[in-house]
Design a protein around this ligand. Structure first.
Ligand SMILES: *[C@@H]1O[C@H](CO)[C@@H](O)[C@H](O)[C@H]1NC(C)=O
Ligand SMILES: *[C@@H]1O[C@H](CO)[C@@H](O)[C@H](O)[C@H]1NC(C)=O
Ligand SMILES: *[C@@H]1O[C@H](CO)[C@@H](O)[C@H](O)[C@H]1NC(C)=O
Length: 442
């Protein structure tokens, strides 16, 4: 036993003496949120017969090895491509024996593996050049969206499936479930690669709805970029209607006006599942034609006086139903003419003038028609009807106009993809412009 220990210690010392260059940092995993700065730590150690020749950093992505930074002692630090002006060395003092990389304004596209390479040459020129490298994983943290729960109820089997999703994170969120505060295991869990390589975490549980009545199911999402876990929850039960709200809500003692747009909302408790369906009635009968029901909202567009009455909402799911109502009074919109003036109101004057003009016009038309008939009787020319051909003529230009419009629209449609092409070309140019030759950073 003692002999073995002595041997181990001896071999370790021997290895250290033999290696002129050693590097540390290999296998480390570094996490940082996007937008922040991050340091990839890489240190080396040289025996005193060797001196630093170079420090190089590469990114290893999709099998490619791309230069990030190159440094030769006594020269400037060069950075490349998307790392230009973002990457730097923490310390260029050779005595410190530090090759660590600092990367500012971290991007999701920086996520990946990086390689630190240190080269050394023999001070006397007698020994062989040395090189050592270390690989470091960088995880660019992207906080996912807060979790959401979707429910899917099969009314035939009574099977209720709850799916919790936390969209677009890196890495995916870690999701767990609680039922009435106690942990339960998911029936299915997946991390799905979605938009641009972000990850959607998804977790599903299935229960027989009747056996889970009044239970609350909570989905908890944890993520290194969250300061605290994010939660979403649903409760199984029958809906209860707390109120039917009216928007705009009339002031006390006031009524709504004709032509107002009114939205009624059937308020039930948050997160009740199965998702209730809603039914609306007006004075216990069918809805006015100006009303549109969608989910728990009823929209009345350009309300009419006849739309006055009691609106009833019934929310129901497989556990039961509940009803609530709201009473609305819609009054006629009156013209806002100035009042309190003596004499005839302006509206009446205008009315009289219009009536007189109309009578005069009718008389003139009748007189003209009579005169024409008498003339045509005298000349024995059958009375023609100019209206009809005129009508045909007048419709033609409109059709042409419509055709022109269509043509214009089609032309526009055809133009659009070209515009997009131009944009992408622009971007391409921009990228090309970013890429060329290494740049200097002090
Ligand atoms: C991000 O980097 C980590 C570490 O290399 C890796 O496990 C993960 O797959 C990467 N994620 C993406 C979306 O590339
Ligand atoms: C409920 O439905 C889910 C999804 O359709 C299914 O995977 C599960 O086996 C069903 N559970 C029961 C008890 O029927
Ligand atoms: C999804 O990713 C998270 C974080 O990387 C991990 O904790 C979880 O186990 C993964 N879930 C599945 C189903 O792979």
């Amino acid at each position: 036993m003692q002999r073995l220990l002595v041997f181990v210690v001896f071999s370790l010392v021997a290895t250290a003496v033999r290696a002129q260059l050693t590097i540390s940092g290999d296998g480390a995993v570094v996490q940082e949120s996007i937008g922040r700065s991050v340091t990839l730590t890489c240190t080396y150690s040289l025996t005193n017969t060797y001196t630093l020749r170079e420090i190089k950093w590469y990114s290893l992505m999709d099998g490619d090895r791309e230069s990030v930074l190159v440094y030769y002692p006594g020269q400037s630090v060069y950075t490349y491509g998307l790392y230009r002006n973002r990457a730097s060395l923490v310390n260029t003092d050779a005595a410190a024996q530090v090759a660590s990389l600092r990367l500012s304004n971290l991007q999701f596209s920086d996520n990946g593996t990086y390689e630190c390479v240190v080269g050394a040459s023999s001070a006397s020129g007698s020994g062989a050049p040395q090189e050592a490298s270390a690989e470091i994983e960088l995880v660019a943290l992207v906080a996912p969206n807060d979790p959401v729960i979707d429910d899917d109820f099969n009314s035939v089997t009574g099977n209720l499936t709850l799916t919790c999703t936390a969209y677009t994170g890196n890495p995916a969120a870690f999701l767990t479930w609680n039922r009435d505060g106690s942990p339960i295991s998911a029936d299915r869990a997946d991390n799905i690669t979605s938009w641009r390589g972000y990850l959607d975490a998804q977790s599903t549980i299935s229960v027989t709805a009747s056996s889970a009545r009044s239970s609350t199911f909570e989905c908890v999402a944890q993520h290194p970029a969250f300061t605290s876990a994010q939660r979403a929850s649903v409760t199984l039960g029958s809906p209860s209607v707390s109120a039917v709200s009216i928007n705009p809500s009339p002031a006390p003692g006031q009524s709504l006006m004709e032509l107002d747009d009114i939205i009624l909302t059937c308020m039930t408790q948050e997160g009740i599942v199965p998702q209730p369906t809603y039914e609306w009635r007006h004075n216990a009968g069918s809805l006015p034609t100006s009303a549109q029901a969608y989910r728990n909202e009823l929209k009345i567009f350009s309300a009419q006086v006849e739309d006055t009455g009691i609106y009833t909402c019934t929310a129901s799911n497989s556990f039961g139903s509940d009803t609530g109502d709201a009473s609305i009074l819609i009054t006629e919109r009156v013209d806002n003419t100035p009042e309190g003036q003596t004499g005839t109101p302006a509206g009446t004057v205008v009315g009289i003038v219009i009536a007189v003009l109309a009578v005069v016009a009718v008389i003139v038309v009748i007189g003209f028609v009579c005169w024409r008939r008498r003339q045509s009787d005298e000349l024995k020319i059958p009375p023609d009807s100019p209206e009809e051909p005129e009508a045909v003529v007048s419709t033609e230009p409109e059709e042409e106009k419509d055709e022109e419009k269509l043509n214009l629209m089609e032309e526009k449609k055809e133009e659009e993809p070209e515009e997009v092409k131009v944009e992408t070309q622009g971007e391409g140019h921009a990228e090309v412009a970013k890429k060329p030759d290494p740049d200097q950073t002090a």
